[in-house]
Design a protein around this ligand. Sequence first.
Ligand SMILES: [Zn+2]
Length: 175
Amino acid sequence: MKIKFVITTVIAISSLYLIIPLEWKIIYRHILNQKISQQVMIPVYNISGAIIENTYGAPRSGGRKHQGIDIFAPRGTTVLNTVDGVILYTGRDTYGGNVVRILGVDKRIYYYAHLHSYNDFDPREKIHQGEVIGYVGNTGNAITTPPHLHFEIMKIKWLFPLRIENINPYGELIQ
Ligand SMILES: [Zn+2]
């Protein structure tokens, strides 16, 4: 009876492990590491804080609210990683187009969207502050908008299932 219970539990846990997204696994692997605070860098090359507008929470189509801030720059301008961390995801999503998500050493998730292109990273790969992530563009739902980086910071609210909450990145960049 006991051995049956153990086997059932092991099967249940391992099948759960197979279906949970890779991003969650990377987060779980790093969540117990020491939490390190870092000043968040401005993620677009040669852009001064003075020209960045605080558009967090601004209304968007379909009753949505803007979950981040937009940093406008010429197409192809270098996008830089803002804090040390590990790569969670590089690829495409419907709204964001070409996107990169990074788990920072501060245990927050950083999201870079509408990229013209991104550099070739593997999930779990370490990335340092100031490293080039990709290039400014207008992919995803920004296709009719001038090129800009859409930038978000998310706090982890709950680990399983993973729940996140956006915060306003503006105050983190402009100090
Ligand atoms: Zn945006």
